[in-house]
Design a protein around this ligand. Structure first.
Ligand code: MTE
Length: 313
């Protein structure tokens, strides 16, 4: 349990702040996974988005600087709490994240309802630094805590008919005031192809910066697909359904010309209203070139062999 609310935290206080949250539960979970959490050091776990490039494209370690906690938790897209970037931080305290369950159902042999605390202990979170790149051409580098989605899917045993995975956000206008307005069809839904969902880079995030997810970042559990645009990273998930056919996804349903089902980060495929060739790292002055698949081409490009990525954007 957090003693301080994120609203009260200055960016300069982050290291100190870590001493306040419930280390007992977190350390218990991460120790089981063999994860060492150095309080002040920037953790060097897995690949960050800029590290995957090679040769002339290779970036300096300076480019891998973490985005300050304050920016990560105060500049958000979470339309359930308003369409302004600062609305989620102001309003997301209205969301109750305990008790919380995630139903996993559909084309699986062992459907189940998982309590969020059971997920924490069954799938101990590990820390991974992933870049979240928004389709609006800004990005952040964030130390997420989470577990691979494939571990959860493995536990429910997909049938041979399962081809896609659909994710659904909580629908509760009482707790989520943005859902009282028709800005989007509610609840927010997203989808992946099963092989994308089973890829080891695909994460169910339950925390960031060594603490539980702040509500505005999608507490208590959200998706992170590091090679896709941020809108695929559906927040506050209550249902995961394995399906035979491609599920509808919120932004593709609302604006199909602008947002495709795949949404792979691709500097060569422009958004109809702006270029995707460059991005602005939050807190940095100059734009930088966007990397194909957000820097993970080596690991994930094979998933799309033979596909026209201009058509399947
Ligand atoms: N999930 C829900 N339920 N509602 C949303 O409005 N916005 C998406 C995604 N997940 C959104 C969502 C978009 S557009 C982005 S860029 C990321 O969340 C932003 O995640 P962040 O606030 O942690 O940076």
């Amino acid at each position: 349990m957090l003693i301080k609310r994120p609203d009260d935290i200055e960016a300069s206080e982050i290291t100190e702040e870590r001493d306040y949250w419930d280390r007992r539960r977190f350390i218990g979970a991460t120790a089981a996974a063999g994860v060492a959490l150095a309080a002040a050091a920037v953790p060097s776990v897995l690949v960050a988005c800029n590290r995957a490039a090679s040769g002339s494209e290779r970036r300096t370690s300076e480019d891998d600087e973490l985005t300050p906690y304050d920016d990560v938790t105060s500049y958000n897209n979470f339309y359930e709490f308003g369409t302004g970037k600062d609305d989620p931080k102001k309003r997301a305290h209205m969301l109750r994240t305990r008790p919380w369950t995630v139903v996993v159902e559909g084309e699986v042999h062992r459907p189940g309802t998982f309590d969020i605390d059971e997920l924490w202990s069954r799938f101990p979170p590990e820390e991974r630094i992933y870049c979240l790149r928004c389709v609006e051409a800004w990005s952040m580098v964030i130390p997420w805590l989470g577990f691979p989605l494939k571990d959860l899917l493995g536990a429910v045993e997909p049938t041979s008919h399962a081809k896609f995975v659909e994710f659904t956000t909580l629908h509760d206008p009482e707790q989520m005031p943005g859902q009282r307005r028709d800005v989007l069809p509610w609840p927010y839904v997203e989808g992946l192809r099963l092989d994308e969902a089973m890829h080891p880079l695909t994460l169910m995030a339950v925390g960031l910066y060594g603490e539980e997810l702040p509500n505005q970042n999608g507490a208590p559990i959200r998706l992170i697909v590091p090679w896709k645009y941020g809108f695929k990273s559906v927040k506050s998930i209550v249902r995961i359904r394995l399906t035979r056919t491609q599920p509808a996804t919120t932004w593709n349903f609302v604006l199909p010309r602008e947002y495709g089902f795949y949404a792979n980060v691709n500097p060569e495929v422009d958004h109809p209203r702006w270029s995707q060739a460059r991005e602005r790292r939050i807190g940095h002055l100059f734009k930088r070139p966007t990397l194909p698949f957000n820097g993970y081409a080596e690991q994930v490009a094979g998933l799309y062999d033979g596909m026209d990525l201009g058509r399947y954007y």
